[in-house]
Design a protein around this ligand. Structure first.
Ligand SMILES: C[S@@+](CC[C@H](N)C(=O)[O-])C[C@H]1O[C@@H](n2cnc3c(N)ncnc32)[C@H](O)[C@@H]1O
Length: 466
């Protein structure tokens, strides 16, 4: 006799606010007293729609209220269970020696070709070959990137323990797995994730088996549609565009549409590679969405009321490289220049956009005795007090440490250059990407080579974290 699914649901709905739901107890309420294992399977299948998570002790309960608090420091590698999925796909297609001979050569050629296309900003067609090449080459770094970016949001308490996510152009799943592992939906305080991947291409052939390895509290669905055609079915707490905006014909229109599908306190997370074109492209989209009413939450700042930057700021974070997984090293081993096929550096630009007007730094710089960067043109060779965010790692090639800084008002780019380190200006070195700093008596110079202002930090300058 088939188990009465609706009776299981009814019992769970009744008990959910009373006590932890144990499949052993639920079976008592269902006609025929089905096996507890069958009840557990049904509860797992229904948990998403019932708003329940499965705890490590095997009971089902609503997730704790409030944001997730991930314990996270860094990502050093892709977990083996994901590496195995990709290797199994390669094995199924080309056999045990997929990395050598003709199949290896073809994969390397595919990777070379899409790298060249990205570089020249040509469209990339994601067929099955490209999907596998993309997984080999990009999955590790993008898996890591997603975690750093989402952690930056989660540490502000902005990712709820019950989370509805849309991942636009999900690709082969690096960001999805990053999200999954950052949140740890099956940990001691499990989160309930309803994850929707929007992916029109053959990348799904890699994405799907990878999503099959996710935990039982991560409920996923793949929609094989384009962003333009998809009926957004919001609201979402998180809408992710990871390395996708640069591939859309009209990124501003599309992203603007998806802003409307955010929940009231939801966040749109846009990620782009750190290279100049895609990074500046992201800032341009960000500024245009802001002009349309969205709020830039972080990491870019808007410290002056009613001031917006007049320039796209090339800003990216960089984290320790990941260890190349075996599928990368195996493919690279046969190449003349192995480094062409090991992508381990983790460099990325990102933007958090919201609709509720909230910013990470709700600072009104006009209430402080500081000068806005919009006015530095009138102060070249003067010393000024300013309030800025540090928006890069050290960009110098062994010269004086050099950082992109911004207060959100500037008409030209600004760099902070540390020419003479003292105990009083060291916070410039120590600050993390995105941190706010106040500079006292910084010297303003015009840097003709870069077409930018240099804020020269020397023995007279005091730098303080804000
Ligand atoms: C560079 S990949 C990024 C994949 C993944 N988000 C990541 O970060 O690894 C771009 C993805 O966007 C998808 N894509 C391209 N145009 C799209 C569109 N109009 N709507 C939805 N997805 C699209 C592609 O199929 C591809 O999987």
């Amino acid at each position: 006799m088939p188990v009465d699914r609706s009776a299981v649901r009814d019992a769970a709905r009744y008990l959910r606010n009373v006590r932890p739901i144990d499949p052993d107890e639920i079976r008592e309420y269902v006609e025929g007293r089905p096996d507890a294992r069958v009840v557990r399977r049904i509860l797992r299948e229904e948990a998403g729609s019932l708003g329940l998570v499965e705890y490590p002790d095997g009971t089902f309960r609503p997730p704790e209220a409030g944001p997730i608090r991930p314990t996270f420091e860094s990502v050093t590698e892709v977990p083996q269970q994901y590496v195995s999925v990709v290797e199994d796909l390669l094995l199924d297609r080309d056999g045990r020696h997929w990395a050598t001979g003709e199949s290896g050569a073809q994969l390397r050629e595919t990777i070379r070709r899409f790298k060249a296309d990205y570089y020249r900003q040509h469209p990339v067609e994601y067929d099955e070959d490209v999907a596998l090449g993309y997984a080999i080459y990009h999955l590790p770094a993008y898996y890591a990137t997603a975690q750093y970016v989402l952690w930056d949001l989660a540490r502000d308490g902005r990712l709820d323990r019950s989370l509805r996510v849309l991942d636009v152009g999900a690709g082969v799943g690096g960001p999805a797995l990053g999200l999954h592992d950052l949140i740890d939906p099956d940990g001691s305080e499990p989160a309930l994730v309803e994850y929707h991947a929007l992916e029109p291409s053959a990348a799904v052939t890699v994405l799907e088996p990878l999503l099959e390895t996710t935990g039982q509290n991560f409920h996923w669905e793949i929609h094989r549609e384009t962003a333009e055609a998809f009926d957004t079915e919001g609201p979402y707490d998180l809408v992710l565009f990871s390395n996708v905006l640069s591939e859309l014909d009209d990124p501003v229109d599309v992203a603007d549409e998806y802003l409307d599908s955010l929940s009231e306190d939801g966040t749109m997370v846009a990620i782009a590679p750190a290279d100049r074109n895609t990074s500046l492209g992201l800032r341009s989209v960000e500024r245009r969405l802001e002009a349309g009413g969205a709020t830039v939450y972080a990491p870019m700042v808007r410290l002056w009321p009613d001031e917006r930057p007049d320039v796209d700021i090339w800003s990216f974070d960089e984290r320790p490289a990941v260890t190349p997984p075996s599928f990368q090293t195996r493919l690279a081993a046969e190449a003349d220049r192995p480094e062409e096929f090991t992508h381990t550096s983790v460099k990325f630009s990102y933007s958090f956009l919201r609709r509720d007007g909230l910013r990470r730094f709700d600072v009104a710089a006009d209430a402080r005795p500081v000068t806005k960067l919009a006015e530095t043109d009138r102060h070249v060779t003067d010393r000024l007090d300013v309030l800025v965010a540090k928006l890069s790692r050290d960009l110098s090639d062994d010269g004086h440490p050099l950082y992109t800084v911004s207060d959100g008002s500037e008409r030209e780019r600004h760099f902070a250059v540390l020419v003479n380190e003292t105990a009083l200006n060291r916070p410039l070195l120590e600050a993390a990407y995105g941190d706010l700093l106040s500079f006292e008596r910084v010297l303003v110079l015009w840097n003709d080579d870069e077409g930018a202002y240099n804020l020269v930090v020397d023995e007279e300058t005091i730098v303080d974290p804000v």
